[in-house]
Design a protein around this ligand. Structure first.
Ligand code: DGT
Ligand code: CA
Ligand code: CA
Ligand code: ZN
Length: 570
């Protein structure tokens, strides 16, 4: 369906017309038409085919002609001409949170800002100061927004890249003879987002592998084709590098191309100190190949424990491996339950029973239903009465004997701006697991936000702080908080920190997890699932936990139900 791209172009016309400022009504007409096309249930080509474009609300004769022209030629001449007169990159600028047509117009008129780069330059040179309607707070917000947009433009979420990489690996395996195949790079290290996908292959028929690679159905461009390295771009913009390795160097190549660069640089100095040389072909003593075919032999020959890819960031893992002190990282199999998920009682999609059934199929021993509470009206938050009804339902469900999985009673209770909770104490008391989260007024200053959260976690009935920093990858920065002070308070009150496994949250980050571990804070890895399929996101939480050096023992939902209850009693 071309609905979305047409809506986008009509919207762009409306913004450019607004910037041009010749006519007050035309921009609004195009904006309205863009919204209608976006909301159109039917394929716009079908509408055009039966000559009914003008029946779309807001689409008059001239806009209909633009749409016709686009469907026929792939261009809209009105837009082409506008773009020549006003070279503003609308989509790029509008991707910045808080920047809309009005700001774009102002920036273009007063400073000739046309894109991210010129905007960034203007901010750095202080030109935005004093512009009418743009205060210092807005400037900071825009600067942060630019960083976020740059992230979106150049990186892809792990959750999006991983299934694509798996599909390409399957494609290669089924279309050419491959002896070994591995995903390397940041994807193997399970970073939250990746710049590209790196795939390594050992094959007796390398040309067949390359042929299969460049003919993968989603390829839009072949960027480079060589004997050992081939790069493609996929239709979604993601780049994939394929490297063909020789058998005697496969392990060395896997080690080298897994990175990170910092880890590799450090490892090479370890090799040098031992009188050896390490590169992507192997570990050498003079001319002699000491190790190369297997990655594990490289670490072994350097006198190191094998270092799991998630730790390879030169954050002390090499030092730890030298003295045999690497953590024994948590694995997905260690997870026994999931303590944060939503149902259709608040903003979830599935019913209680559907969530329970799906969790049971995943093999969970226990789960906790944690719907939103009343002040979060956009998410249909529950009031005390609804929560009490829900408690009865869960009691019935547990005593029905229909399920093995034990369902715990919980809520994701809103932390109000003053740090109080929006459920009465006597209701909170009846819940098995009380998670508290910030969902409103996220912009408050550091001291106030820190106090707000600490007040909430010091509440006697609270067990877990949900998504502790509130960040969303590429979308929203973390709240400005003193995380160490929060951890300190959590330790004092026996409250666990959530590691929210939602792929665009992954909140806490790896650095914060390590800090929490050092401070003796317990972690709960939760999916925050809003539908049954999202219960599978637990693996992303576990990847992140591993990047944060966590062991099963650091995590409360690796415990048996009895042990978990002991923790919950505080
Ligand atoms: P990304 O793709 O930006 O998420 O991050 P990586 O780590 O996957 O980086 P990428 O794809 O450029 O290269 C893959 C690995 O290859 C990288 O982690 C380490 C290794 N590598 C690439 N170029 C160099 C280099 O110039 N020096 C060193 N030491 N290692 C490199
Ligand atoms: Ca990469
Ligand atoms: Ca690469
Ligand atoms: Zn939440």
């Amino acid at each position: 369906m071309k609905n979305r791209e047409i809506a986008r172009l009509l919207h762009e016309i409306s913004v450019l017309l607004e910037v041009e400022g010749k006519n007050k009504f035309k921009p609004r007409a195009f904006a309205r038409a863009a919204r209608s096309v976006e909301a159109l249930g039917e394929d716009i080509e079908a509408v055009a085919a039966r000559d009914a474009l003008t029946e779309i609300p807001g689409v008059g004769k001239s806009i209909a002609e633009q749409i016709q022209e686009y469907l026929a030629t792939g261009k809209m001449s009105t837009l082409e001409k506008l773009r020549q007169r006003i070279p503003v990159k609308v989509e790029e600028l509008e991707a910045i949170p808080g920047v809309g047509p009005k700001t774009i117009k102002l920036l273009y008129e007063s400073l000739k800002i046309t894109d991210l780069e010129s905007l960034e330059r203007a901010i750095n040179e202080g030109h935005l100061k004093g512009l009418r309607g743009i205060g210092p707070k807005t400037i900071t917000q825009i600067a942060e927004g630019i960083a976020l947009v740059r992230g979106v433009m150049s990186r892809t979420l792990l959750s999006e890249a991983l299934p694509i990489a798996d599909a390409i690996v399957e494609h290669l395996k089924s279309s050419a003879p491959v002896t070994r195949i591995d995903v390397a790079g940041s994807l193997r290290r399970r970073k939250e987002s990746v710049g590209d996908i790196d795939i390594l292959v050992l094959s007796e028929r390398p040309t067949d592998v390359t042929d299969a690679f460049v003919s993968y159905p989603d390829v839009s461009d072949v960027l480079l084709r060589g004997d050992t390295k081939t790069s493609i771009r996929l239709t979604n913009g993601l780049q994939v590098d394929l490297r063909l390795l020789p058998i005697e160097s496969y392990g060395a190549g896997l080690q080298y191309f897994t990175g990170s660069k910092d880890h590799n640089v450090h490892l090479r100095t370890i090799a040098q100190r031992a009188g050896m040389k390490l590169n992507e072909y192997g570990l050498f003593k003079g001319e002699e190949l000491v190790a190369g075919a297997e990655e594990s032999e490289i670490y072994q020959s350097l006198g190191l424990q094998f270092i799991p890819p998630e730790l390879r960031e030169d954050q002390g893992e090499i030092e730890a491996a030298k003295v045999g002190r690497l953590p024994s990282l948590v694995e997905l199999d260690d997870i026994r339950g999931d303590l944060h998920m939503h149902t259709d009682y608040s903003d979830g999609v599935n019913t209680l029973e559907e969530m329970v059934e799906a969790a049971e199929a995943l093999g969970h021993e226990y789960i906790c239903i944690a719907d939103h509470t009343k002040s979060l009206t956009v998410a249909k938050g529950m009031d005390e009465e609804q929560i009490l009804r829900r408690i009865d339902e869960i009691d019935d469900l547990n005593s029905s004997g229909r399920w093995h999985v034990r369902v715990l009673k919980g809520a994701e209770v809103d932390i109000l701006p003053d740090g109080t909770l929006d459920l009465e104490d006597d209701v909170l008391y009846q819940l098995d697991v009380v998670t508290v989260s910030v969902h409103s007024k996220m912009q408050m200053g550091r001291a106030t936000m820190t106090e707000r959260i600490i007040r909430a976690i010091e509440h006697k009935h609270v067990h877990i702080l949900g998504h502790p920093t509130g960040r969303k990858l590429f979308k929203r920065p973390a709240y400005d908080v003193d995380i160490e002070a929060i951890f300190e308070a959590a330790r004092g009150s026996g409250v666990a920190m959530e590691l929210n496994a939602y792929p665009e949250r992954l909140d806490l980050g790896a650095g914060h997890l390590r800090l929490a571990k050092r401070m003796g804070i317990r972690i709960a890895i939760n999916t925050d699932a809003h539908r049954t399929s999202e219960l599978h996101n637990m693996r992303f939480g576990v990847f992140q936990a591993r990047r944060g050096w966590l062991e099963a023992d650091d995590i409360i939902n690796t415990r048996s139900l009895d042990e978990l209850f002991r923790f919950l009693k505080k």
